[in-house]
Write a protein that binds this ligand. Sequence first.
Ligand code: SF4
Length: 236
Amino acid sequence: MDFDFGRAFKAYLDATYGSENKTPTVGRYWPSQLGYCLRRQWFRFRKPKPPRPDSYRYFERGNMFHEWVSYVLSRAPGFRLLSSERSLSIVDYQSDPPFVLDGRLDDFLLVEDQEASRRILIEVKTTERSLSKLEKPDRPHLLQVQPYILSAHADEAYILYLRPNLESKTFRVEYDPVLMEELMQRGKTLDACLRMGVPPVAEGKRDPDLRWECEKRCEYRAECDALELSGGLEEA
Ligand code: SF4
């Protein structure tokens, strides 16, 4: 049989990412997911499915870009790479049962700008969109970064968008308690819907900024459409 890099690559992706594909735990939520359609998140808990076939390639590309930015910043004169991975856990004991924001800062880099003596948190995101049309960070990314800014004790935080041709655009972001509260509330809404067995609102169908999820990514489109037809009340 002739050598087929595609086959080797697929075997590598399955071995690397397949084991990460676990059923999520009710009560523990990832900041990186909470800005997206909550109904899609809800389905992921209730009806876990393997990711779409192309998802692992996107994971791999994201990791490659993250590694590349780490490489650049660890070798750029005047910068020192402090950390490229940290765990995060924020617990709200006021909730019953306690509500946990959980995750790893594996999209993030913590860098020291030695000239200015400041610690900089950088969230790396890949995008295929034209950067000239990207005027502000995506809202899910703004929400995601809030607990990380709190936890990393950084002086400044940025979201860095990278295109496949390595063009980049960087946005400075600030800690915003209103956004942090919104993130927590979204997590609590998802938590309550999961515990009650009631699906959240189909945000992807209602919010123009999230419609791409329905059109391009959602693996639960059929189930979601069936719910809509039944009035959204029938437990999936
Ligand atoms: S089809 Fe759209 S609204 Fe429904 S769960 Fe998927 S992303 Fe959400």
